[in-house]
Structure formats: C-alpha cells, structure tokens
Design a protein around this ligand. Sequence first.
Ligand code: FES
Ligand code: FES
Length: 160
Amino acid sequence: MNVTQVKFEINGKAVDVGVEARTTLADCIRDDLHQTGTHVGCEHGVCGACTVLVNGEAVRSCLMLAVQAQGEKVVTVEGLSGDDLTPLQATFRKHHALQCGFCTPGFITTAHALLTNEPDADEDRIRDVLSGNLCRCTGYVPIVEAVLEARSHYGRKATS
Ligand code: FES
Ligand code: FES
C-alpha cells in the first residue's frame, strides 16, 4: 500500500496524516481524524451530507481526495461549534429543522459558507444554494426558515 503524507489544517489544528492516493477527504476526516460529524451518504456528490469548508468554500468531501487537501484549511461542522450552539444550530433547533440529523452537518456547513459570503442572501438564493443538499426527513421549509433567521448573526443589512 502506497501511503502519502498530507499536511493540512483541520478545525484550526495542524495534522500530518498518511493516506492512500484513493482516500477521499471524507474518509480521511472520519476514519483517520475521527471527526465523525461529517456524514457520508451517497458518496457521489449528490446528497451534500459530507460538505465541509475548504478555505471557506463549501466542498463535498466525498468528491475531494485527501491528498488534494495538502496545505489547505479544512473546517468541519465540529469546527463551527463552541461551548454554545452556533446561530445556525440555534435556529435549526428553534425551527425544528432536523429529525434524524443525518443531513444536518451538510446543511449547516453549506449555509454557513453562504451566509459568511452573502449575509444578505434572500430566500430564493438560500433555496438555490441549499437545493444541492438532500433531507429525507424534515422537508425543506423549516430548514430555509432557520437559515433566513440566522442571517442577522452574519451581518445582514437588507430588510428582505
Ligand atoms: S456523501 Fe458526499 S455528496 Fe453525498
Ligand atoms: S433530518 Fe433526517 S435526513 Fe434530514
């Protein structure tokens, strides 16, 4: 087995991990780095459950090889959390925007990337961005409501 050492940052911590060339970032995060908040559903880039942030952009970690993370800054859903619920976690809870929770890390990371870059995103924009994430439990209305309400914590200026 050929192993390549990959150095990158995950949730603010430098890591140096040996991976096979075929190892996905998702598998590396879960199996090697034990950050199991990143979920793996379809493994084909369809469901969005595995979404993490790479240099602030939402990325499907099942479609990225671990070796491609060399030198990058990766943030998983664990990295967004502190002692208290984050604004998105709080609004997801308030709006009952999850049931089994399998999809939730992907929605949270995707929405966080969106609102960080576009705190004034309107409902159409939020729906458009979240349309790439699948939830088979809750339905999408409470998820959109939760993201809409969380905008004020990201510096939203508009009143729409
Ligand atoms: S597991 Fe990556 S998009 Fe579904
Ligand atoms: S809450 Fe179960 S898949 Fe979304």
